[in-house]
Write a protein that binds this ligand. Structure first.
Ligand SMILES: [Zn+2]
Length: 287
């Protein structure tokens, strides 16, 4: 999925290209991706409106339109944004997985394409945007000043699930996906199957610091590379997608392991399994 560092770059690219532009026409290749939460029919509801702002909240992208409307996109696993420069006289064939296309006056066409069709595009009144699923209940914004050690400590304090599931819970933290969950756990030296309630204060410190550092480094690297917004830059990641290859720190073979409903990549040496040590403790505590 495009994750937070990718979307910071996408947000900047979109803002440069589309803010202030008027929508001349809209279309979709897959109406199941669209959720129109207003009575007016698509595409007429969008035509003629001006895009006033683009901003990211967690893993959602919001386009503020004039007349009190918003388009909010949850790109999920495979959604991507693309800017298509107009070609004189060319008739281009739409991609099959076109979720939404906005033709803009004096600007490239904006397309949202979703090969897995898991993402959603919501059209809503700005006043109703908190009714958008997940979006209205996002947790701590990891790029805002609200993401403090204290707030993070509160968010993790009562959790009894695995730390990887906690990291990926969008209602707690906005937002971390599979790739950066792995990178953060590697940076913190935590095994992906560690349980939140087995972390001592030093481990929570390490985890908090790792989130900030990993995201900031990734945002800087993606910014430096400055690829077109549809390109996902992942080749600098240390463990994600590197199972079977040597750890860049210690040389141990990176492994993939099933955690919850996803696969985690980790280094068995840098992120030792600690659960076994704690089993007796938890039994004693709950007895
Ligand atoms: Zn290692």
């Amino acid at each position: 999925m495009p994750e937070l560092p990718d979307l910071v770059h996408v947000e900047k690219g979109l803002r440069r290209a589309v803010v202030g532009k008027r929508i001349t026409a809209a279309r979709t290749g897959d109406p199941t991706v669209l959720r129109v939460m207003v009575p007016e029919p698509f595409p007429d509801v969008l035509a003629g409106r001006r895009i006033e702002a683009v901003d990211r909240r967690g893993h959602f992208m919001r386009f503020t339109l004039d007349g009190g409307l918003v388009i909010v996109v949850n790109a999920m696993l495979a959604g991507k944004y693309k800017l298509i420069a107009p070609e004189a006289g060319a008739t281009r064939k739409d991609p099959r997985a076109l979720g939404l296309a906005l033709a803009l006056e004096d600007a490239p066409e904006l397309q949202y394409i979703d090969d897995k069709r898991m993402g959603k595009v919501y059209v809503a009144r700005a006043a109703d945007e908190d009714k958008i699923p997940v979006y209205g209940k996002l947790g701590l914004d990891l790029t805002s000043p609200a993401f403090t050690r204290e707030a993070f400590g509160k968010a993790i304090a009562k959790r009894r699930d695995q730390v990887r599931a906690f990291l990926m819970d969008k209602g707690a933290l906005a937002s971390i996906g599979n790739a950066y969950a792995d990178e953060i756990l590697f940076a913190a030296g935590l095994h992906p199957k560690t349980f939140c309630n087995k972390l001592d204060a030093a481990a929570v410190d390490a985890l908090y610091a790792a989130i900030g550092r990993v995201l900031a480094d990734a945002i800087a690297e993606i910014e430096r590379r400055d690829e077109p917004i549809e390109i996902k830059v992942r080749d600098f990641l240390k463990v994600r997608g590197r199972d079977g290859k040597p750890c860049l720190v210690c040389g141990t073979t990176i492994r993939a392991v099933r955690v919850g409903d996803g696969d985690a990549c980790f280094c068995p040496n840098c992120q030792p399994e600690t659960r076994k040590l704690f089993v007796n403790w938890s039994r004693l505590n709950s007895a």
